[in-house]
Design a protein. Structure first.
Lengths: 274, 331
């Protein structure tokens, strides 16, 4: 009864998730103006055919605001996940190749960062950088690498024991040459998947921190801000303010997970031919 | 054997101590690097403008604007070791007292959520792993995917909306009824107020442990001894009880102890939504108000809780697993 084989289903999953994310980004940026327009003649409308997500207490179209906020969150998520992933790759390889001292220092730093609950760390960094967009982006970018770095480090340590790397070392190749020519290609698929799977975390943390009131100013409709404003109006029964933006946020995050999982299955030689 | 345990625990404790010291230093440096003027953040621009120079100087002294950072850190650290965590600038009470109150509220919430999510996640993982590929498995995996994509604060908003605003079953916030004296608050009241926050935390905490347990369960189900047991006709509960349970319990317990930091992070958000006066809410208030002593103390306390969890995981690993307990290598 299956119309597609697994590989094709994976491809479809990747295609849909990328398409969804691109559409959200494009629509969000096209709607910048619409997200700001306030119109008191249409405030506090429940969802109807012309305003699918309803409007808020200033008469702003919630759909436009949500899209704008999400596109911003996606952007922040992508940037900070990319930075985190590069840091993780460099540190992971460095920890495993540069010898014991470097390894123990890097492991110590990883433990250090993982010791503080993530949200608390984000709060600290955000405060240190004076709140605002910069604090959020830097905070999210600087705190997501430890788990991936740990993964890469373990992988590299395992790789170092493998015959082809040992032979290469015995043949007199430098550490840098081995890392570049032998290890990097091997790590790349895992790294890519790790990168994609960092997005959802980055976005969730970004929205959490903005929700708590750190970071973006209230004029910029980040998704966390929208939801924290919605919270204030929740008691008055305006459920649509919180419900729809939240659902869209969840869908976005799921899309990133689907993307990452599909990529993993496609890139992993063990599952690619199933 | 015994000596090795002592060495192992000692090493871990020293590491924790070092890490905690480093964390306190980094936190302090971060707080000092902050460009936010504690005066402006707490007094307000307008009030500051109308103040006389002397009043401003007094306030500057109170918030410690002019002392050099290293001296501040050293004096703070000296007091901290003696058990004096300073005085919270926001609450105007000793930090130790603030933290004691908030922590007891938070711990109540976190421990409940931690236990519920652990048991529930373990059960879901086992069920899903034993029925790999079937409908139940897909359902549970889908549930985990959705839950791990859901921000804790949004889930809290939803539950608040449904149970407190619409159905009016549960209170909207706080940990005790409004307008009742502290002595009049019964244990039941506290439980009643903690139901929704704890529920939120439990729901979001499930996915990680469920997926992990599922993987391990699948490994076990594919092993030779389970194949043999199946050949003998064992199945269902018996199969799980005698062949799966202990094998998957160990990784699940270890993972769950190591995931305390996530529960803590979730509690920060959830407490904010339910205005539950716990440690997380205090952390947010301290962060927004640049309350350095309180924020530092909270960071260190939470780090100690996390490290305690990790240490417990390591110890349990050695104690539960017979292979390690009977003379195998202790990591």
């Amino acid at each position: 009864m299956k119309f597609f084989n697994r590989r094709q289903r994976m491809m479809i999953g990747i295609f849909f998730s990328i398409a969804f994310l691109v559409i959200v980004c494009v629509l969000g940026n096209l709607n910048t103006e619409a997200a700001r327009v306030t119109d008191f003649s249409r405030k506090n409308l429940a969802p109807c055919s012309s305003y699918i997500f309803g409007t808020d207490w200033l008469g702003r179209d919630m759909l436009a605001r949500t899209l704008k906020g999400l596109s911003m969150s996606i952007l922040i998520g992508v940037v900070s996940a990319a930075v985190s992933a590069v840091v993780a790759l460099v540190l992971g390889i460095a920890a495993a190749t540069l010898g014991k001292t470097a390894d123990s220092i890097i492991s110590f730093v990883i433990d250090l960062i993982m010791g503080v609950p993530h949200i608390l760390l984000l709060i600290l960094i955000s405060v240190a950088l004076g709140k605002g967009l910069k604090g959020v982006v830097i905070g999210v970018a600087l705190t997501h690498w430890p788990s991936l770095a740990r993964l890469i480090r373990a992988e590299v340590i395992q790789l170092k024991e493998s015959p082809y790397i040992q032979i290469s070392a015995k043949l007199g190749k430098s550490r840098w040459y081995i890392a570049r020519k032998h290890m990097l290609p091997h790590l790349l698929p895992q790294f890519l998947v790790g990168l994609v799977l960092l997005f959802p975390h980055a976005i969730l943390h970004e929205s959490s921190v903005t929700f708590l009131g750190f970071g973006l100013s209230t004029e910029q409709p980040a998704i966390g801000i929208i939801l924290s404003e919605a919270m204030k109006y929740l008691v008055t029964g305006k459920w649509w303010l919180a419900l729809f933006p939240g659902i869209l946020l969840v869908v976005t995050v799921i899309m990133f997970y689907v993307l990452g999982e599909s990529l993993r299955k496609l890139l992993d030689p063990n599952s690619v031919h199933q | 054997m015994k000596r090795r345990w002592i060495v192992f625990i000692g090493k871990n404790l020293i590491r924790i101590l070092l890490l905690t010291i480093c964390i306190s230093m980094v936190t302090f440096a971060l707080m000092k690097a902050s460009p936010i003027d504690p005066l402006q953040a707490n007094v307000g621009q307008a009030a500051l403008g109308t103040m006389s120079q002397e009043q401003r100087e007094k306030l500057e002294e109170y918030w410690g604007v002019n002392t050099p950072p290293i001296r501040q850190y050293l004096s703070w650290a000296g007091d901290f070791v003696r058990g004096d965590m300073g005085i919270s600038l926001l609450y105007r009470q000793p930090v130790t007292e603030v933290i004691a109150v908030k922590l007891s509220n938070s711990l109540f919430l976190m421990i409940t959520a931690w236990i519920i999510s652990g048991v529930l996640g373990f059960l879901l993982g086992v069920v899903s792993g034993m029925n790999q590929g079937k409908f139940v498995d897909k359902l549970i995996r889908g549930y985990c995917l959705v839950v791990s994509s859901t921000p804790a604060f949004w889930l809290a908003l939803l539950l608040l909306m449904i149970f407190s605003v619409w159905l009016q079953l549960f209170p909207i916030g706080l940990s005790v009824p409004i307008g009742v004296e502290a002595s009049g608050v019964t244990f039941l009241d506290r439980v009643y107020h903690a139901v929704l926050p704890a529920l939120t935390l439990s729901i979001t905490g499930v996915s990680n442990i469920a997926l992990h347990t599922r993987e391990k369960m699948i490994d076990v189900m594919q092993s030779d001894y389970v194949l043999f047991a199946r050949m003998r006709g064992e199945k269902g509960w018996r199969l799980f009880r005698y062949y799966g349970f202990r094998n998957v319990l160990l990784p699940a317990v270890t993972l769950h102890f190591a995931s305390i930091s996530e529960i803590f992070g979730g509690s920060v958000l959830v407490e904010q939504v339910f205005s539950y006066p716990g440690l997380g809410q205090a952390a947010v208030a301290a962060g927004l108000g640049s309350d350095l002593p309180l924020l530092m103390a909270i960071t260190i306390v939470s780090a100690l809780i996390v490290f305690g969890g990790n240490l417990a995981a390591n110890l349990l690993y050695g104690m539960i697993d017979p292979r390690i307990r009977r003379g195998g290598a202790v990591k």
